[in-house]
Design a protein around this ligand. Structure first.
Ligand code: HSE
Length: 611
């Protein structure tokens, strides 16, 4: 099995005594600071280069799947360089347009025109990543100094500004680059030849010492094209460079394989969502041991509100991988009218859990009754994914213990930080050394409201806007009074400091006593107000608080705007690690929930979870 694909498998956030499961990525993409006001620098972190070509990105409707593929690695704290091609047939169409204008187009003008295809994909991907709340940067070939030599339309890369790329990855976990495109020493646009995005990805990966994964429309390299062969051909599990070249480079660009061979670089070829692929660059080629059987994961969904609907759409977009077997909703009729099959809907969540399924995804909210439902699901051998911070803050210990005994999986990444992988980062750091302090903005609604107050809106209008945008809870009291942040802090205290802290033990003050005038006065002093959750060891005791704080506008938490969340984790070596991303809203929360779902599907398929 491919090494890089193994890295999708997870532990249960490294909980002591949890079922032995294959460890996730050993590294973190998070930034760390050497002091409160120093510039952030990247801590050692695994980097992967993922290339999505035209066959994968055939249309912009494929973007959500690509975003999710990127996110499942971000969630495991990898830093990701994404190399993209033009969508579908865009390159051919642009070429035709060049010939429609000029009988003998100049190669440099053709290169300048064709590169707009990659630039368009980058911008579209940026929009999709932005919707999901995943911090990222866009870099063109000039910004990364990808200098080429040779003919304009079939050039070869000669140098890369690795520092520029590293600097971008220190600021955000994802950097998006154009494949296929470079520039020559004169700064003119150049292209790396047909299929040149493969070469871009391998070239960048070789300079970063990163894993390189080429995503295709097939889940690996086959002896012949599986789409046109009468009988399913054999897939290579491993392939030598020489055999890959001899195969005629149907799937991977010839020049790219030759570059990999010259630089002794291994890479993988796989498909979005696949748990296997072909590892290219081994000494000997080997066939896979038969087709990996991956029947769809059967999912029972509890709730079809803001987040549930987003998760449902993700599940339906991958019918090969997921089968929704039931959905519990309050009012089935409303959802039947919205096009959800009646056979899936039930107003009884207990009945939905009883349907034959592998995984229960909980998006109904609530606390006591929901905890009982989840306990039942775990006892019935269902894995469970939830974004419910109330349940985990109050009943996490019980549910984790049941999951441990039952050998089932329990994941709740979205319960803190939305798409910011806060629980993963805190757990990872705590597994390496003592965590002394956790401090952060963990409630999107209050941060959004404080921002809108600063812009002159009334408190009530700001709350209503947050509700309309899907950030605030149905009853915003928990957000406004700081309880939501306290639940999240209790969860982080468990994973980071090993403490079972009841949310009620957390000193909690919300933002309801603040007025627009307070915010304006703070602005006049060069300060901003943030609702900050803090948990730390002080004089041998733990202090845990949620309270509004006046911060200098230079403070890193002052840079967190709208529904963004950010958490600083101080470890015993004095380093401060920062993890950030959108913490509320339909798309970020559904992305994070679905990230957990993907982890479960992958670890089940690989059989890496002991029970
Ligand atoms: N109401 C929560 C917030 C949703 O605003 O942060 C995400 O937990």
């Amino acid at each position: 099995m491919l090494n890089h694909l193994h890295s999708y498998a997870i532990d249960t956030y490294g909980i002591p005594g949890a079922q032995p499961e294959q460890q996730a990525s050993e590294q973190s993409w998070a930034l760390h600071q050497t002091g409160a006001s120093d510039a952030t620098v990247p801590i050692a972190s695994e980097v992967a280069v993922l290339k999505f070509g035209s066959s994968v990105l055939s249309h912009e409707r494929e973007l959500p799947r690509v975003v999710q593929e990127i996110y499942r690695r971000v969630q495991q704290q990898q830093r990701i360089v994404v190399v993209v091609s033009a969508l579908g047939k865009t390159t051919e169409q642009l070429l035709q347009r060049a010939y429609s204008v000029s009988e003998k187009p100049s190669p440099s003008a053709v290169a300048a025109l064709l590169r707009t295809g990659e630039a368009t994909t980058m911008a579209l991907l940026s929009l999709a990543l932005g919707d999901a709340g995943i911090p990222h940067s866009l870099l063109d070939s000039l910004q990364i100094g990808l200098v080429t030599e040779g003919p304009h339309l079939d050039s070869s890369p000669r140098s890369l500004d690795v520092d520029a790329l590293e600097a971008a990855l220190a600021q955000a976990p994802v950097a998006v680059l154009p494949g296929f495109v470079g520039h020559n020493a004169k700064g003119e646009a150049t292209l790396l030849g047909r299929g040149g995005s493969d070469l871009t990805a391998l070239y960048v990966a070789s300079h970063l010492g990163a894993d390189c994964i080429l995503y295709k429309d097939v889940d690996g390299i086959y002896e012949s094209d599986p789409a046109t062969s009468a009988k399913l051909p054999r897939r290579y599990e491993k392939l030598s460079w020489t055999d890959a070249i001899a195969l005629g480079a149907v799937v991977v660009q010839h020049k790219a394989i030759e570059f990999a061979q010259r630089t002794n670089q291994r890479f993988s070829v796989t498909q979005v969502g696949a748990v296997h692929g072909t590892l290219v660059g081994t000494d000997k080629s080997e066939w896979s041991e038969g087709r990996v059987s991956c029947s769809p994961l059967r999912v029972a969904l509890l709730g079809l509100g803001t987040v549930g609907r987003g998760v449902y759409e993700h599940l339906c977009s991958q019918p090969k991988h997921y089968e929704v077997v039931g959905i519990a909703v309050r009012c089935p009729e409303r959802h039947i009218q919205a096009g959800v099959p009646a056979s899936l809907l039930s107003s009884d969540p207990w009945e939905v859990i009883e349907r034959p399924c592998d995984l229960v995804v909980e998006c109904i909210g609530g606390c006591e009754d929901t905890a009982d439902l989840l306990e039942h699901a775990l006892r019935r051998q269902r894995d469970v994914v939830t974004a419910n911070k109330d349940v985990i803050a109050y009943h996490g210990e019980r549910l984790r213990s049941i999951a441990r005994v039952q050998g089932t999986r329990l994941r709740y990444s979205a319960s803190v930080g939305g798409v910011a992988p806060v629980i993963e980062t805190v757990s990872h750091l705590a597994a390496q050394q003592s965590v002394l302090r956790i401090e952060g903005v963990v409630n999107g609604t209050t941060n959004f409201v404080l921002g809108r107050l600063a812009e002159g809106l009334s408190f009530q209008d700001a709350i209503q806007e947050a509700q309309a945008l899907g950030f605030a809870e149905a009853d915003p009291t928990a957000d406004v009074e700081g309880y939501d942040a306290a639940y999240k802090l209790a969860i982080l205290a468990f994973h980071g400091l090993g403490l079972s802290l009841s949310p009620q033990a957390i000193t909690c003050e919300g933002i309801s006593n603040l007025s627009g005038q307070d915010v304006a006065n703070a602005q006049l002093r060069g300060e901003v107000i943030r609702l900050v959750a803090t948990c730390e060891w002080k004089d041998g005791e733990v202090s845990a608080t949620v309270a509004p704080r006046y911060l200098s506008d230079e403070h890193p938490l002052a840079q967190i705007h709208g529904e963004e969340n950010a958490v600083h984790i101080t470890t015993e070596d004095g380093a401060v690690h920062l993890v950030a991303g959108k913490g509320a809203g339909r798309c970020p929360t559904a992305t994070a929930v679905f990230g957990d779902v993907q982890v479960i599907r992958t670890s089940r398929a690989l059989g890496v979870f002991a029970s």
